[in-house]
Design a protein around this ligand. Structure first.
Ligand SMILES: Cc1cc2nc3c(=O)[nH]c(=O)nc-3n(C[C@H](O)[C@H](O)[C@H](O)COP(=O)(O)OP(=O)(O)OC[C@H]3O[C@@H](n4cnc5c(N)ncnc54)[C@H](O)[C@@H]3O)c2cc1C
Length: 351
């Protein structure tokens, strides 16, 4: 029996498992290791933090057909082909897929790690939710970073707690300008109409218990959430493998670590020609399964096509949204929001 071990039951890891299970292979066992007892829908953590969805709404049970180990991965012994867990347990593998996702990157900003809240893990998002929802009326919430997650958190929070002052610190000249100018203008004016203060061209240089410094100016803040950067989890960064500028593992065209043909890396941990996303993690996972099936059959690997992404969708609270498809077609308003809800529904019910 060949032992496939998957580290991380996120978007990439789950897609690998679902596709391998679909082949009903008699001679391959699947073991999943995760510190969560279910698949957490990370794309919705902003809504949990804002207090608009419950914990149960944003998780999916792991499949019953696999062996599941609840634990924290601390290291990988590639010589003995073992995964080491914080409990001391060692998990042997024949083939390993690493999909442990990301953590915040603080860019050496003093005080950022100590004084900001996070929405990068389910546990951190729960803490953020508790802190936000315990704030007294009129409190100021600052969100550092106006990428997709910062924008979604700011708008959801505006709807969830209209009594709070919400400030969004954006590094660029207008929010989400990397998507399209139409989307950027739409989102920027949504924030103006809904009373979210957007501070463009910001550069947060320090955070402390009372607030944050944007360039030379101090902004008081009762609670600050960091959405200004991500990097792969430390256990992946520390393996000694070649990394790209974002700390992601450089891979062969067939998604395994050079010189380590039994170790595949998926999702936010992998160096790929697109910004990390759940969609990318799933598309890459499909290709990894193609390669694994060839490996197990003993046939040579096919040339893999370039990964194609459908586009980007985001929400502005529960009634508005935005999207860009095929790199250029923009969509804004209720239809974009409905599409986003539809994709979430599909992810929850259709494998
Ligand atoms: C607020 C927000 C909104 C987003 N919106 C979108 C969106 O609309 N569309 C989109 O495509 N992407 C979106 N993303 C990005 C997307 O969530 C990630 O790119 C995606 O989750 C990456 O998938 P992954 O499989 O690499 O890792 P993840 O889905 O993060 O899964 C990693 C898994 O590893 C586990 N894990 C981590 N470390 C350990 C450890 N040491 N031991 C054991 N288990 C561990 C975690 O518990 C988790 O289950 C969003 C992200 C955020 C934060």
């Amino acid at each position: 029996m060949r032992k496939l071990v998957v580290l991380g039951g996120g978007y990439g890891g789950m897609r690998v498992i679902e596709r391998v299970l679909g082949h009903q292979l008699k001679d391959v066992s699947i073991t999943l290791v995760d510190r969560l007892p279910y698949h957490g829908l990370k794309t919705e953590y902003y809504a949990l933090a804002a207090g608009t969805v419950s914990d149960r709404d944003i998780r999916i049970d792991f499949p019953e057909e696999i062996d599941y180990i609840y634990g924290q991965v601390t290291d990988i012994d590639t010589g003995d082909k073992m995964v080491l867990l914080a409990s001391g347990e060692k998990v042997p593998y024949d083939d390993l897929v690493i999909g442990l996702g990301c953590e915040d990157k603080y860019h050496n900003v003093p005080g950022a790690a100590e004084f900001t809240y996070s929405i990068q893990t389910l546990e951190e998002s729960r803490k953020t939710q508790q802190a936000i929802n315990g704030l007294s009326p009129g409190s100021i919430v600052s969100i550092v970073g106006a990428g997709l997650s910062g924008v979604e958190l700011a708008s959801e929070l505006r709807e969830s707690r209209p009594d709070l002052t919400v400030r969004l610190f954006d590094r660029g000249p207008s929010v989400l300008s990397f998507l399209s100018s139409r989307v950027s203008m739409y989102v920027q004016s949504w924030f103006e109409e809904h009373g979210v203060e957007v501070i463009n061209q910001s550069n947060i240089v320090r955070v402390d218990a009372d607030g944050l410094w944007n360039h030379e100016q101090h902004f008081p803040s009762d609670l600050t959430v960091w959405t200004a950067g991500i990097q792969p989890v430390a256990v992946v960064r520390n393996q000694g493998w070649e990394l790209d500028g974002g700390g992601r593992v450089k891979l062969t065209p067939h998604h395994y670590v050079p010189e380590q043909p039994d170790i595949f890396v998926v999702g936010d941990n992998a160096s790929l020609p697109y910004a990390p996303s759940g969609q990318l993690a799933e598309a890459q996972a499909e290709q990894i399964v193609q390669v694994l099936l060839c490996k197990w059959k003993g046939v040579s690997y096919p040339d893999l096509p370039d990964i194609k992404l459908r586009g980007t969708l985001g929400s502005l609270g529960k009634k508005a949204g935005f999207g860009v498809f095929m790199g250029k077609q923009s969509l804004t308003g209720k239809v974009a929001r409905l599409l986003k809800s539809g994709i979430l529904w599909k992810h929850k019910v259709i494998k």
